[in-house]
Design a protein around this ligand. Sequence first.
Ligand code: SF4
Length: 305
Amino acid sequence: MTIAQIQDEIRALKKERDICVLAHVYQAREIIEVADFTGDSYAVSVSAQKTANSRVVMCGVRFMAETVKLLSPEKTVYLANQEAGCPMADQLNAARLKAAAEKYPGHAVVCYMNTTAEIKAMSEVCVTSSSAVKIIRAMEEHDILFVPDCNLGAYIAKQIPEKTIRLINGGCPIHAAVGAGDVAAARRAHPGALLLVHPECVPDVVTAADYVGSSSGIYDYAVKSDSREFLIGTETSIAEHLQYACPDKRFYYLDKKMMCHNMKATTLMDLYHCCAGDGGEEITMPPELIASAGKCIDRMIELGG
Ligand code: SF4
C-alpha cells in the first residue's frame, strides 16, 4: 500500500471506531496529515477533552498519553507505539522526588508537563514551557522546587529573580546535547540566519539565541518573521514542518543531534494498527492517581488561564 492509501484507511477507521487522533508537533508529516489535532502535549489533550469521540489515540510519547487520560478519564486512550517513552520523564521517579523535597523542606513542588502521572500527583502545580513563568509568578509560594529539567528551570529562575527556585539534575537529552560550540559552528555556516531555541537547551545556547520559546512559539515566530533564514534549536521535525509551511524561507537544524528517537518511534503503520484495534497500548491508571495528578493540572489552569 502507498502512504496515501494507508492514510485513507486510517481516516475510515477513525469514523468507524469513533477515534480522535492526536499528534505531537514532533511527529512525522504523514501522521500529522491524518491527525485531528496537532500541537504541544497539553494543547492536544485539551482539544481531545472537548471532542465527543469515545476513543483517543496519542501519537507522541507515554507521558503525553497519560496527560490525555488525566484530562479525559472517561475516554479510552491509547499510545500508538508502546515503546515511545520520554527519557526526561523517566529520569524522575517518586523516590528521587521525595529525596529532593526532603532536601528543600517548605518548597512548593512545580513539575514540568514532561513527567509521569506519579510525579504530577506529588506536585502542587504543573507547567508547560510557555506557561511556566506566568504560573510560577502567580503562585503565592516564594520557595519553589522545579523538576525535572534544570535547563528550563534556570531559564525560568532568571526571569523570576524575586523567587527562590531550586533545581535538580535532569533534562531533555536531545535539547541538552547542543552547546556553545555547536551554536558557533551553525552561525558560521549560516551567518544570516536567526537562531530560535527551546528553553530546554543549556543556558549558553539560550543566551546566544535571537528568540527563546516553546516549539509552537518557535514555529509561530518563524512563520510571522520577515527574516528569510532560521537556525531551529529544537527537535528537528519543527524545521521540517516549517519548511513545508514557508517554502520561500530556509530552515536549518541548529544541529542534527536534535532528533528525538522516541518521538520518531511511532510510524504511520503503528497508527493504522492502533486505529484497527490490534496495536498500541491502552493507558489505564487507578482512579485515585487520576484524581491526585489531575489536581496539579487543575491548578495550572487556575493560575495560567
Ligand atoms: S524531545 Fe526530549 S522531552 Fe521530548 S520526548 Fe524526546 S527526550 Fe522527551
